[in-house]
Design a binder for this molecule. Structure first.
Ligand code: C2E
Ligand code: MG
Ligand code: MG
Ligand code: MG
Length: 280
């Protein structure tokens, strides 16, 4: 593996990595990602898809930007397998800014199409929040495109809230006009006290809380109770991962404000997202 790593490093950016041998697979994949991601950010291989978020009347209120990497060599790579590596190598800041740029362009495109009321959700890594420059960098970026922070919802996972420093950054972002959403609530080790943080205005309930077939299941009771708790805390509630009509009905009845999932739409290209909105 050491030799493979050395060889790959020596060959530089345009090298081709061959995947062979079980033990080396992981490390070779890592190397491929580390080197390929750098190039992908420069060209269009790393891009955004947009998944609609709807209200209880099925009107699109927002689009969530989800990054996609199309690798020339190994096809589509999903964020779950490259975001952690981007975080470890510090490349996450570049990924984040590239996504922010795409979102700003998308924002302007929608505004010009008369759809300026649609908000954009952007996933932000906890590591981006560690940078003191992040807030000013984000604001500068937006200014270049004449986009207001109010047009954006920043999605962070609960791990971002365990740290005093990142909480301070989140508070600053909220003060600057961004909305903050707590993503994947219920998936990790989130504590309920985090629901009460003043800077979060939207709680996204993780898809593992989307109900199953049995209406009186424990899972549904938990989901309903969390929704009630969020309501009492005056948070907007979004249930993600909705795949069936039944789950959408559950979300509405339980008092969710917003819904998202393959039942409504998968992540789309911007052009397709615009036609999706205009079809309504
Ligand atoms: P997430 O932010 O919680 O996004 C939701 C994920 O669930 C997306 O996967 C989406 O495609 C998928 N999804 C949507 N509807 C459904 C459904 O009905 N059923 C099921 N089973 N899945 C559904 P994706 O695009 O692969 O993204 C995975 C995760 O990667 C995201 O989870 C987010 O944490 C991270 N991610 C994506 N884009 C970015 C980015 O630009 N920056 C950062 N830092 N993280 C990102
Ligand atoms: Mg998200
Ligand atoms: Mg989520
Ligand atoms: Mg997630």
């Amino acid at each position: 593996a050491d030799i493979a790593m050395y060889e790959a490093k020596r060959k530089g950016k345009n090298q081709v990595v061959f995947f062979s041998g079980e033990q080396n697979d992981a490390i070779e994949y890592r190397l491929y990602v580390e080197q390929g991601l750098f190039n992908a950010i420069e060209n269009k291989d790393l891009h955004a898809r947009f998944q609609p978020i709807v209200d209880t009347e099925n009107r699109v209120v927002a689009l969530e930007a989800l990054c996609r990497w199309h690798s020339q060599d190994i096809g589509d790579i999903h964020p779950e397998s490259f975001i952690p590596i981007a975080e470890e190598t510090g490349m996450i800041n570049a990924v984040g800014l590239k996504m922010l740029k795409e979102v700003c362009i998308a924002c302007v495109t929608l505004r010009e199409a008369g759809l300026g009321q649609i908000k954009f959700h952007v996933n932000v890594s906890i590591l981006q929040l560690n940078s003191k420059l992040m807030v000013s960098q984000f604001l500068e970026y937006l200014e270049d495109f004449d986009v207001k922070p109010e047009a954006l919802v920043l999605e962070v996972t609960e791990s971002a809230m365990h740290d005093v420093g990142t909480r301070k950054v989140l508070r600053e972002l909220a003060k600057s006009g961004f909305s903050i959403a707590l993503d994947d609530f219920g998936a990790g080790y989130a504590s309920v006290s985090e629901l009460g943080e003043s800077y979060t205005s939207i709680i996204k309930l993780d898809k593992s809380l989307a109900p199953g077939e049995d209406k009186s299941s424990q899972k549904n009771i938990i989901a309903e109770s969390i929704i009630q708790l969020c309501q009492r805390l005056n948070k907007a509630i979004l249930l993600e991962g909705i795949e069936t009509q039944k789950q959408a009905d559950f979300a509405r009845q339980a008092g969710c404000h917003y819904m998202q999932g393959f039942y409504f739409s998968e992540p789309l290209t911007l052009t397709d997202a615009i036609s999706f909105i205009q079809q309504e």
